[in-house]
Design a protein around this ligand. Structure first.
Ligand SMILES: [Zn+2]
Length: 271
């Protein structure tokens, strides 16, 4: 199913989540890298990091009036990997977001397994994912880092290293609060799973909608011919998007595609 941000999170809800997450990050980790383990400790949430096989990335449980977070190091690697940090932030989202915590505490939605990083089809999972991105990349800090910086893939990579967040979540965060409009497209098995774009991105209709990855794009070349581009590519607006006006048919965009096995993430922007 195709996901767009409109379908999943309203602007109002995103603002609410971002403000709450930033408040928590600045309360507990005002100077340094945001550390989800430290936040859990300060809030009296216990946690364990272990090999739990293939069952979940993370899980939060409410038992005898206490919360406990499980992080699956078998799927995520050590606790300091970007995925483990992200999953921890996601589970904290289930604790800090009122509706989520109340549902857990009342037993209405008992503990559930999370597969994080914007893969889920469930609304509350997207909220927790979004919370995690906002917690690990607090809005004002992130915006300050963007001041007077020109967007490039290397800059995005630099931000993801600084915040120790995955490129996917860093790109999504940048699309929302960075200083340059972006479109992010994620595919699995030659199908678009979701896309996300900045409010002021010039085109929001993909060429084939949810049906098909356009051929003459870096992502299309990967899925069709297995071609990997290490560098940022130039693509025509008309190769990716629908409704490009006639006078802009020669407009060029940049695309940086990161392929991995049967998956690929493309970041698209106008220079
Ligand atoms: Zn979850």
């Amino acid at each position: 199913m195709l996901k767009t941000k409109e379908k999943y999170l309203s602007g109002y809800r995103k603002k609410e989540i971002s403000e709450l997450a930033e408040f928590i990050a600045e309360t507990y980790c005002p100077k340094n890298l945001v550390n989800p383990e430290l936040i859990a400790e300060k809030r009296g949430i216990s946690f364990s990091q272990n090999d739990y096989g293939d069952y979940f990335d993370g899980l939060i449980e409410h038992l005898n009036d206490r919360f406990h977070i499980y992080i699956n190091t078998w799927r995520l690697g050590h606790s300091y990997t970007t995925r483990a940090r992200y999953t921890f932030g996601h589970e904290l989202g289930h604790y800090f977001l009122d509706g989520h915590r109340n549902a857990l505490a009342s037993g209405e939605a008992p503990s559930h397994s999370s597969f994080t990083n914007f893969k889920s089809e469930i609304y509350t999972e997207w909220e927790a994912d979004y919370f995690s991105a906002c917690l690990l990349m607090p809005e004002n800090r992130f915006k300050k880092d963007c001041v007077r910086r020109k967007f490039s893939f290397d800059f995005l990579d630099e931000l993801s290293k600084k915040y120790q967040t995955s490129l996917t979540s860093t790109a999504i965060r940048f699309a929302d609060i960075g200083n340059h409009p972006l479109m992010i497209v994620y595919c699995e098995n030659n199908r678009i799973k979701w896309y996300w774009y900045s409010e002021d991105f010039p085109y929001i209709q993909l060429l084939h909608g949810r049906l098909k990855i356009p051929n003459d794009t870096a992502m299309g070349e990967y899925f069709n011919d297995g071609r990997k581009h290490e560098r940022t590519q130039e693509v025509w607006a008309i190769d990716w998007f629908n409704y490009v006006p006639n006078y802009r048919t020669n407009q060029k965009f940049k695309e940086h595609c990161i392929p991995f096995k049967n998956k690929a993430l493309s970041i698209i922007w106008k220079d």
